[in-house]
Design a protein around this ligand. Structure first.
Ligand SMILES: Cc1cc2nc3c(=O)[nH]c(=O)nc-3n(C[C@H](O)[C@H](O)[C@H](O)COP(=O)(O)OP(=O)(O)OC[C@H]3O[C@@H](n4cnc5c(N)ncnc54)[C@H](O)[C@@H]3O)c2cc1C
Length: 334
């Protein structure tokens, strides 16, 4: 990409630069892309049948599911009770994935539930837009990433090697060899998936949150009730429970890897996908193929097989090269 200023680890990438990079990549390496929403994927007699939301149907020898976190947003049951008609920006509760316009809450009382980047960045944006924000964090403290050091001495690099996901031997190993993560038993892989890179805030966000936005730690929402246009919460911490009344609850409660949440996959197709024991994420071959021949899954849903790098942009090259090498074998020559 030309004409952009140089970015280092000390330069958080602005959203518009990231989008321009995606568009540049598409023009240069992908070619034509048809904007279309997939409403259904099913297995026909000799190929997949892909239904689009405009009613058209295509057949495909192979299908690559690369839909990211779409449809996988997770919200705790007690918060869902605030929105019998379903969560959303106009309801009493929403998930961070519902938003692209947080300033709509200017002047309102907002409880942000969660302690990761989504919670902390949303809280900063809400506060900066003039909302009265409170962050409710389950953990004992908020973790912040450390400021990256450019040009580290070799001894430090040896002790804590760098990787696209941060420094340290474990991260460096899982980034260097995602294929190696597939080998240990499922239980070990799931442990890695659950423990590696827990909730934390980016180092560049810290000064916009710490001592700026009220953050309550060691507490969870144990009850939530709608009372007219107010959400009445019960917040429980080590000192007991207390009430909190807000105009909106923003659940920054992350995503659940659940193949059943991909409603566009026909139920029979989903039932045929073997999952990693102890999870609802698909078991994948070394080329990201599910147990349904010709059906591939990449992105976060591949993390329980290939490790934490699959949750990040850095993991896309590993996945894409393997899928691109393998999937064409399903295309039968005319
Ligand atoms: C809050 C947050 C912060 C993040 N920060 C970072 C970061 O700092 N660094 C990093 O490397 N990664 C970060 N990530 C992760 C990063 O966003 C993902 O790794 C990356 O976007 C995955 O790419 P993808 O192509 O698999 O999915 P996505 O980028 O999510 O793309 C999915 C595509 O599928 C399309 N789609 C979905 N459903 C359908 C359908 N039914 N029909 C047609 N199209 C459909 C969507 O429109 C979209 O174009 C972050 C994620 C979140 C949520």
């Amino acid at each position: 990409m030309h004409g952009e200023s140089e970015l280092t680890e000390l330069t958080p990438i602005p959203c518009d630069v990231f989008v321009r990079y995606g568009q540049w990549f598409q023009k240069r390496y992908v070619g034509d892309v048809e904007p279309a929403s997939v409403a259904g994927v099913d297995r026909g007699t000799s190929a997949f049948v892909v239904g689009l939301d405009d009613g058209r149907q295509l057949t495909a020898a192979a299908v690559v599911v690369a839909t990211g976190l779409n449809g996988l947003a997770y919200m705790p049951e007690e918060l869902l009770r605030l929105a019998p008609g379903g969560p959303g920006a106009g309801a009493l509760v929403s998930h961070t994935s519902h938003h692209s316009d947080l300033p709509r809450y200017a002047g309102q009382r907002i409880a942000v539930v969660g302690g990761g980047q989504s919670a902390l960045e949303s809280a900063a944006l809400l506060h900066e837009a003039g909302a009265h924000v409170q962050v409710l964090v389950r953990e004992r403290r908020v973790l912040w990433g450390s400021v990256p050091q450019l040009g580290r001495p070799w001894l430090q690099r040896l002790a804590k090697p760098a990787s696209p996901l941060g420094t340290g031997w474990t991260l460096a190993a899982v980034c260097r060899a995602p294929g190696g993560v597939r080998r240990p038993p499922a239980a070990a892989r799931l442990l890695l998936f659950r423990r590696a890179l827990g909730p934390s805030g980016g180092w560049w966000l810290r000064e916009r949150v710490e001592d700026v936005v009220p953050v309550r730690t060691s507490c969870s929402v144990t009850r939530a009730e709608a009372s007219g246009s107010t959400a009445r919460l019960e917040i429980t911490g080590p000192g007991g429970s207390e009430p909190l009344a807000v105009d909106h609850v923003l659940a920054a409660t992350g995503y659940r890897l659940d193949i059943d949440a991909l409603a566009f996959l026909a139920p029979a197709l989903r039932r045929g996908i073997v999952c990693v024991p102890g999870s609802n994420a698909p078991q994948l071959t070394s080329t990201f193929q599910t147990s349904m021949p010709g059906l591939y899954v990449t992105g976060s849903l591949a993390a329980p097989m290939f490790g934490p790098m699959m949750r990040f942009v850095a993991g896309t090259e590993y996945a894409a090269t393997r899928v691109a090498r393998d999937a064409p074998r399903w295309v039968v020559a005319p």
